[in-house]
Design a protein around this ligand. Structure first.
Ligand code: ATP
Ligand code: MG
Length: 658
């Protein structure tokens, strides 16, 4: 009501229009960067609604939760229908929702909590030690982190552990036959603790869809239309989930095989190549016009694609729609400092003299460490910036500790959360934590008492090391307060109580910048106030933890975006700076050694196609840390392999008067 009918013809070109209004059935939209794939998907949702499909019948899977939200807001502008009425988000977040509803069908308790990466590794460590006490004592064996990566990749690619080791981790060939037992012990431990890790959200979801026909049928019936963005970066398990959900074949997948950049996490662009085989009758739509970038930037990007060796990819050529602009510029700086100074100066000029909004400027890089000088330069100049990678809010120590307090009180079976908070007490280590836990568990069982109360009994207190005794009563009391707050109040109240209690006191002694940290934690209260259910709040945090979270700054203020290329996927900016475009930085030395450049080249393609109007590629001549090639750096091969009339070389001195 009140929303005018949508003129699909006017908003879309012929190719897009054809895809948006296609008959329901398997649809694959294959197109290059900036051609309107995401826009097509958004309009497809609006179109389906205009055909009488209800919001609840549509499932939208995107790469980040933020992307889903933005698309659904756009749909709201078009149709007036609120985003909250759709299921839209990442595979993990939708998996979480599905498991909360039906997980009990496969034996998963409703109040399961989600472990973050560190907690998962700790749990894995314990599981391994329960099978083989000395495994980690052996110096040549992988630490829990790398071990976790092996098991995780196997799960995400649905390959056996043995195959995964052979293909991706040959260095662990000798221990490969021990690993399945570790995986089993880890799975058992998770089940006992009523916890899942991130991979479970996919694995158990697929299991749910596979093993329980009723549930599969429920979802197939409910989601009559399944839409997936960035399909080229789905891994095997995600592709299988899509196939199960869309057994009815009313599915639209959009993607660009040239932008597949997550193979290190199991993404496999074979999924996009074989989509038509798995969904018979697939109609392929191609869009060849690029609306994002100037012809100069596009010619440059096409050059990058042309440099790909012949192989298994869909050929595509992008045609420019926009007016001419300037050629991409390549800048050789003396070192990191000069590179940062150049970028800063250009940014200042863009903002002050050319009226470009800071929000429309992005500095991209291959790896976090390449951006440190840039962060310093911006900070010194007082330029507000947002960093979407690197310092992640939910990864900061004190934030995670507080969340562990909440996770533990919410689900005392979560021993990972318990361990995390118990070892904050003086002289309590992992062993001590387990001992106290075991005593409390016995007591709770014996007295049929809740766990938090059991902690406060004399029985349990007697197990607490002497040095921790003074803190103990306060510790127990504050957990009890959090428990009470959780039971009858909003999640935000529980957060506040947790900050005010023992944990706040603990921080005071622990961190010199205590007040700043408390301020940050208070930010969490605001975040929590969006939720009415503790489970929902905790699940959201654990999911956010797995992806991007912006450094907490004033969100109304405009800010320059600093981000890894991976995190800039699907996004666009007026002006893009790619820093560290040098051999040894991008591609890094490890890639150079391996000789496998294809994924890095695709990443380079993703980077340059983020730019709408201006693109700058810079590199330092002198490395801050000498690499195998010595101190001097060469421009990245991805630049060297292009015809040099595709870009201009800017000299810092001449152009900027140094
Ligand atoms: P990527 O591969 O980077 O994810 P994409 O193919 O999803 O890119 P979009 O982000 O949907 O591309 O679109 C790129 C830009 O072009 C957006 O600003 C979008 O609004 C604009 N655009 C796309 N199609 C049209 C059109 N028909 N008319 C006007 N603008 C368009
Ligand atoms: Mg897109």
């Amino acid at each position: 009501a009140g929303v005018p009918p949508i003129d699909f013809r006017a908003a879309l070109n012929d190719e897009q229009f054809a895809a948006v209004t296609a008959e329901p059935g398997p649809l694959l939209v294959l197109a290059g960067a900036g051609s309107g794939k995401t826009r097509t998907l958004t309009y497809r949702v609006a179109y389906l609604l205009s055909q009488g499909v209800r919001p609840g019948e549509i499932l939208l899977l995107t790469f980040t939760n933020k992307a889903a939200k933005e698309m659904l807001h756009r749909v709201q502008d078009l149709t007036g229908i609120e985003p909250g009425r759709f299921w839209g988000g990442t595979f993990h977040s939708i998996g979480n929702r599905a498991l909360r509803m039906f997980g009990d069908a496969i034996g998963l308790p409703k109040n399961f909590t989600i472990l973050d990466a560190d907690e998962s590794e700790t749990l894995l460590k314990q599981a391994v030690e329960s099978v083989d006490k000395t495994f980690f004592k052996e110096k040549t064996n992988p630490r829990p982190g790398p071990l976790f990566s092996v098991l995780s990749l196997a799960r995400n690619t649905q390959l056996s552990i043995a195959d995964t080791v052979t293909r991706n981790f040959p260095q662990y060939a000798e221990i490969a036959d021990q690993l399945p037992a570790f995986a089993a012990a880890y799975a058992k431990k998770k089940a006992e603790d009523k916890v899942t890790d991130y991979d479970d959200l996919l694995e158990l979801w697929l299991k749910l869809l596979t093993d329980t026909p009723d549930v599969a049928q429920y979802f197939a019936h409910r989601f009559r239309h399944v839409l997936v963005d960035e399909y080229q970066d789905t891994n095997t398990i995600q592709a299988q989930i899509v196939d199960r959900l869309a057994a009815h074949h009313r599915v639209m997948a959009v993607g660009d095989d040239a932008q597949c950049i997550y193979s290190w996490r199991g993404a496999d662009f074979e999924n996009i190549m074989t989509f038509p085989d798995r969904h018979p009758g697939t109609v392929i739509h191609r869009i060849e016009t690029n609306y994002r970038s100037t012809p100069e930037i596009l010619t440059f990007a096409n050059g990058v694609l042309n440099a790909q060796p012949k192989g298994r990819h869909f050929d595509k050529e992008l045609r420019a729609h926009r007016k001419h602009g300037q050629k991409p510029a390549v800048i050789q700086a003396m070192d990191d400092k000069e590179q940062a100074a150049f970028v800063l100066k250009r940014i200042q000029s863009l903002i002050e003299n050319e009226g470009v909004s800071a929000n429309e400027i992005a500095v991209l890089y291959r790896s976090h460490f390449l951006a440190l000088e840039m962060q310093l330069a911006l900070t010194r100049a007082g330029m507000p910036y947002t960093i979407t990678s690197g310092v992640k809010f939910f990864e900061r120590q004190h934030v995670r500790d507080l969340i562990a307090v909440l996770n533990f009180v919410y689900n005392p079976a979560n021993t990972s959360a318990w361990n995390r908070i118990a070892i904050l007490l003086p002289k309590v280590g992992e062993k001590g934590a387990s001992k106290i836990y075991a005593a409390a568990l016995d007591h709770a069982k014996l007295m049929q008492q809740n766990f938090v109360d059991a902690l406060a009994t004399d029985d349990v207190a007697s197990k607490v090391p002497k040095d921790a005794k003074p803190d103990w009563p306060n510790f127990c009391a504050s957990l009890r307060q959090v428990y009470d707050a959780m039971n009858d109040q909003k999640p935000s109240d529980a957060v506040e109580v947790a900050i005010d209690g023992w944990y706040g006191d603990y921080m005071k002694g622990e961190y010199a910048d205590y007040t700043d940290r408390v301020e940050e934690l208070k930010g969490l209260i605001g975040f929590a106030s969006q939720f009415t259910q503790m489970s929902e709040f905790l699940a959201q945090i654990m999911l956010l933890n797995g992806e991007t979270s912006e450094k907490q700054i004033d969100h109304d203020q405009e800010s320059i975006k600093l981000t890894t290329i991976h995190q800039a996927k699907g996004l666009e900016y007026d002006v893009v700076f790619l820093i560290g475009a040098a051999e040894g930085q991008f591609p890094g030395y490890r890639t150079i050694e391996s000789g496998d450049f294809e994924e890095e080249r695709r990443l380079f393609y993703v980077a340059v196609t983020r730019a709408k109007n201006e693109l700058y590629l810079s590199y330092p001549r002198v490395a801050s840390r000498p690499g195998p090639g010595g101190m001097m750096l060469q421009p990245t091969r991805f630049l060297q392999e292009l015809p040099n009339d595709l870009y201009d070389e800017l000299r810092i001195k001449r152009t900027f008067g140094w």
